[in-house]
Design a protein around this ligand. Sequence first.
Ligand code: FAD
Length: 402
Amino acid sequence: MTERVDVAIVGAGAAGLAAASALAEQDMVVRVFDEYPEAGGRLLGQHYRLGRRRWNGSEVAGALLQSLHGRGQVSIAVGVTVYEVADVAQSGFLVRTHPAGNLTASRVLVATGAGENAIPLPGWTLPGVLTVGAAQVMSVVHRVPPGRRGLIIGTGVLSFAIAAELQEAGVEWLGIVMAPESDATAHLGSVPERWEALSRLDAAAPSWMRPIVRGLGRPALRPFLMGRYPRAGVAIAGTHVYLNQMATRVVGSRDAAAVELRYLDGHGHPTGPSRLIPVDFVLLSGGLSPITELLDPLGVKMTESPALGGRVPVLSPAGETSHSGLYVAGSAGGIESGAVAVAQGRLTGLHIAHSLTGSRPELVSAIEAARQKLSEARRDAPFEFNPGARAEVSRLSQDSRS
Ligand SMILES: Cc1cc2nc3c(=O)[nH]c(=O)nc-3n(C[C@H](O)[C@H](O)[C@H](O)COP(=O)(O)OP(=O)(O)OC[C@H]3O[C@@H](n4cnc5c(N)ncnc54)[C@H](O)[C@@H]3O)c2cc1C
């Protein structure tokens, strides 16, 4: 006979673990699945300082796991992939996994996180070219830096966080440069659009630079500012940022040996001759997209939201999708920070308990406190992964109420 639980959670990352912890407090029977050999998700690789803030994701994951210790009704199965969630009339959902078999659950929470977008430029398949997330896992989780001298292509938020992390691991950075413009990198927008996106990260820049960074958001000022961009780059996060240089290809016979760069004029067009800069390794930083494949077979209502990383499920304020009993939390519902995913996971877990046990005064006040915490986590986030994410979250939540 198929095992039955109250709640099945797909993903033991920030959101999944926080939801499991909240459900454990409400005495729910919960099974969490994660295909990675260790629980913690992307938190395990997050360990850096941005400005005055310090964030140690593995400590956060450790505290969440500790909160589950001795809670016999919650179990975490790692090394197990959920490959289908099917609706079973009256019994809730059938959750199909490999290799742990199937179970049925009254509610399912999809907390599958986000995946990285590629930057396909000539030479990107050479050994020694990695995504920033892969380098983060190698260096912070497995303690193996990807090389000695590296260059980051792409100016997304993760470029700065991961540059700071790998600098602590002893990597010598050659800089962060712009990704090329092509059909394959259309998801990044044009170079002026990327400069504009960076202007919204002004709060993370040193105070003397903030007015200049904000100026990048003003089309009339941009040619002036970029025309005076320091040739030596701007020092941030243990590296130098070259917003006036673009990578055009990675060069090497057996592995990545050099990157070809071009200068950009004040309108973002390549100008002057190209030059080669020797490297040990190259990181690509093309942004993140929510992982939502499990939702499609259930016909969940989705919407296109560039500010949240692409195609995301439409969620009620409780985190429920258009399919009754199926919930989403964390980056699978839109790309935000680790702290937001934790707060969102807890709130969604409490809402799921509420849907199963009905209203109780202590649960209602726990939900209110969790809602408050989520607003604070969003307000205090040091950056948005994509410009306008906070505004988009509140717009979508208002839409879902109407
Ligand atoms: C490469 C990368 C780097 C990031 N770095 C930062 C950072 O430095 N700072 C920051 O604030 N945010 C960062 N983020 C954003 C990150 O998504 C959030 O910080 C946070 O970890 C999201 O929590 P989550 O629980 O939604 O997802 P995750 O923490 O990603 O957890 C999702 C889990 O689901 C599991 N999973 C997925 N699909 C399945 C399946 N079908 N079956 C079983 N298990 C499955 C995965 O193995 C994973 O463990 C990063 C994201 C990525 C992708």
